[in-house]
Design a protein around this ligand. Structure first.
Ligand code: PEP
Ligand code: MG
Length: 293
């Protein structure tokens, strides 16, 4: 490690003893964030393209929007998430407006049950944009509950020509079956926002329940640790991309569990980088064990 890198607080995510934990960005909408000193994009939310309109964006419109983001990251990974509509993000053409419990309804990947063409068009547009750019494009699905869903998504994505396929782990059932899910895909990324909501049966939009939604809750951390441990056993990457990934107090904890990347808003990268560099991997493992206890 070069001393001037440390002094300038730049460069890749590393613990004090050099163990890598990639620092990635959450992007979506206007600013692609390419100028930020990060190692790539860990969560490209694509909802912005679909919101506030009566019909789905065309293949060409999607391809152009994805290319604009991918081309900002030459040589770096960009994890693009397929449409996560429903619940707090309803769409007139994709989601049912009459569900009594939208957070438990046909949202995220589940929309493909009703409208597989919407997902297939998006995957084709992502693949076309990836072919145009030099970014290392990976794709993942939101709201996966079972290994069968992970397998079906992986088949659709690979069928569209995408080689690196993952899923989000944001439903407790998926965390409990992480090993079986990892057998179907190349990587997973833990969405702590929804994982907290579904683990504690606490609406993520209710500030009144903030104590239950706190990512330091041991039950949530136990689930993240179980997913990370399944990833280590499978030799496959496990990222964290929910709000907790940008918490400098939790970064060493996640590193100690074996999480391989943290994805966050650009403004949080420097503090997370500094927090990782303050501890060796062995210290991180001790912090992880203490946090789960
Ligand atoms: C999450 O649920 O943690 C996540 C990253 O996805 P979103 O916040 O977009 O639901
Ligand atoms: Mg989510």
């Amino acid at each position: 490690e070069r001393a001037d890198d440390l002094a300038a607080h730049t460069g890749p995510g590393r613990t004090a003893d050099g163990h890598p934990v990639a620092l990635l960005l959450n992007v979506g909408g206007g600013d692609a964030g390419g100028a930020v000193d990060a190692e790539g994009v860990g969560l490209f939310r694509t909802e912005f393209l679909f919101l506030d309109r009566a019909t789905a964006p065309s293949f060409d419109e999607q391809r152009a929007a994805y290319s604009a983001v991918f081309s900002a990251y030459p040589g770096r990974p960009v994890v693009v998430r397929t449409l996560d509509a429903g619940a707090d993000k309803p769409l007139p053409f994709a989601t049912a407006g009459d569900e009594p419990n939208p957070a438990l309804g046909v949202r995220g990947y589940r929309i493909a049950r009703r409208d597989p063409a919407l997902l297939d068009t998006q995957l084709a547009a992502i693949a076309a944009a990836a072919a145009e750019c030099r970014a290392d494009v990976r794709v993942m699905a939101p709201m996966i509950a079972t290994p069968a869903e992970a397998a079906a998504f992986a088949a659709a994505a690979r069928g569209a020509g995408l080689a690196a396929v993952g899923v989000m782990v944001e439903i407790p059932a998926a965390a409990l079956r992480a090993a079986a899910i990892l057998a179907e895909v190349d990587f997973v990324s833990v969405g702590t926002n929804d994982l907290a909501q579904y683990t504690f049966a606490a609406d993520r939009t209710l500030g009144e329940l903030g104590d239950l939604l706190d990512p330091r809750q041991p039950a949530l951390l136990s689930l993240v640790a179980a997913v990370a441990s399944a990833g280590r056993a499978a030799g496959k990457p496990v990222g964290v991309c929910g709000t907790a990934a940008g918490d400098p107090g939790l970064a060493p904890v996640f590193a100690g569990m074996g999480v391989t990347s943290l994805s966050m808003p650009a403004a949080l990268v420097p503090a997370v980088r500094a927090a990782l560099r303050a501890h060796t991997l062995a210290e991180c493992a001790d912090l992880a064990a203490a946090a789960v206890r």
